[in-house]
Design a protein around this ligand. Structure first.
Ligand code: GLU
Length: 278
C-alpha cells in the first residue's frame, strides 16, 4: 500500500509552498488508494511554538485534507533517534567534533578553498582523527560537540551500489559525499533532520516520500543512512517549489503570504488550491 506524508516544522505559519507539498502528498496517496500521514518535525525546540502546531492542523482541515491518526511528533521520539545513533556509533562511523563555526571558517579561509556542498562549504575534517583519549577528555570536561558521520568510512561500509529512484527525476546513483562529514546529532539533541527523517519514514512505513526539489540533494545522504541502518527504502518524488512573483521560493518569514492571511483576506480553500495549480 502507498503511504505518503507531509512533514512540516511548527516554526511558523503554513504558506502556499506548504499547501502544494501537502496537496501533492495527499493526492499521491489518494490516487493509489493509500494513506496520507502528517508528521511534525519539531526537533528544533528553540524555534517550535505550540500555536504554530495548532495552526497547522486548523489550516490543513480548512483545506479539506484528512490524515491518519495519531500524528507523530519527533520531539516525543528522541529514544528512536538515540538508538539509531548508537548503531552508527557501534559501527565506528561517528566522531565528536568540537570545532566552533569560527574555527571551521578560519580553517577554510587558511586553505584558500573548500569543496562546496548543498548546504555550504564542506567540513574540513579537523576533528576526524582525534585520539580516543582527547575525545574523552574533552567530552568529560563538558565541551559542546556535534556528532559527525565519517562519510568515507560509511560509504566504504555501505558498498558502492547504492541507488534511489525518483518518480519524476528517474534513477540516481547515491552520492552522499556531497555533504561531507555531515552533523547527525549534537550534545544536547540526539538527532538532526537527516537522521530523524529516515528513522521516521521507516518506522511509519512511508513508501513514497514526496517533498520539494530543494531537498533532492538530501536524498543522497538519506539513502546512505537507510543502507547503514538497514531501513526500508521508499520511492521519492521531488516536486517543484512555489515561488513569489520575483521567482523566489516562499519562506516562513513572509508571514504576509501565510495561508492564514489569505484566508483572512477572503480566499476560499478552492481559490487556494487553484492558486498552486492543484
Ligand atoms: N520538515 C521539512 C520541511 O519542512 C520536510 C522534510 C521532508 O519532507 O523530508 O521542509
Amino acid at each position: 500500500m502507498t503511504v505518503t506524508r507531509f512533514a512540516p516544522s511548527p516554526t511558523g505559519l503554513l504558506h502556499l509552498g506548504h499547501v502544494y507539498a501537502a496537496g501533492f502528498a495527499f493526492q499521491a496517496a489518494k490516487a493509489a488508494s493509500g494513506e496520507f500521514l502528517v508528521r511534525l518535525e519539531d526537533i528544533d525546540t528553540t524555534r517550535v511554538r505550540p500555536e504554530y502546531e495548532t495552526a497547522i492542523f486548523e489550516d490543513l482541515a480548512w483545506l479539506g485534507l484528512e490524515w491518519q491518526q495519531p500524528v507523530r511528533k519527533q520531539s516525543e521520539h528522541f529514544e528512536d533517534y538515540r538508538s539509531a545513533l548508537a548503531r552508527l556509533e557501534a559501527m565506528g562511523l561517528l566522531y565528536p567534533c568540537f570545532c566552533t563555526r569560527k574555527e571551521i571558517q578560519a580553517e577554510i579561509a587558511g586553505a584558500g578553498q573548500a569543496p562546496q556542498g548543498p548546504d555550504g562549504p564542506l567540513y574540513p575534517g579537523l576533528c576526524r582523527s582525534k585520539s580516543k583519549a582527547e575525545q574523552e577528555e574533552r567530552t568529560a570536561a563538558g565541551q559542546p560537540y556535534a556528532l559527525r558521520l565519517d562519510v568515507a568510512k560509511a560509504r566504504a561500509l555501505a558498498g558502492t551500489d547504492l541507488k534511489w529512484t525518483d518518480r519524476t527525476h528517474g534513477e540516481h546513483e547515491a552520492r552522499p559525499e556531497i555533504f561531507g562529514d555531515v552533523v547527525l546529532a549534537r550534545k544536547e539533541t540526539p538527532t538532526s533532520y537527516h537522521l530523524a527523517v529516515v528513522v521516521d519514514d521507516a518506522l511509519q512505513g512511508v513508501t513514497l516520500v514526496t517533498r520539494g526539489e530543494d531537498l533532492l540533494p538530501a536524498t543522497h545522504l538519506h539513502r546512505l543512512l537507510q543502507a547503514l541502518l538497514v531501513l526500508s527504502v521508499p520511492e521519492w518524488q521531488h516536486h517543484r517549489l512555489i515561488t513569489d512573483e520575483h521567482g523566489k521560493r516562499l519562506a516562513k518569514r513572509d508571514q504576509a503570504r501565510s495561508l492564514r492571511s489569505l484566508r483572512e483576506a477572503g480566499m476560499s480553500a478552492a481559490d487556494v488550491w487553484r492558486s498552486v495549480g492543484l
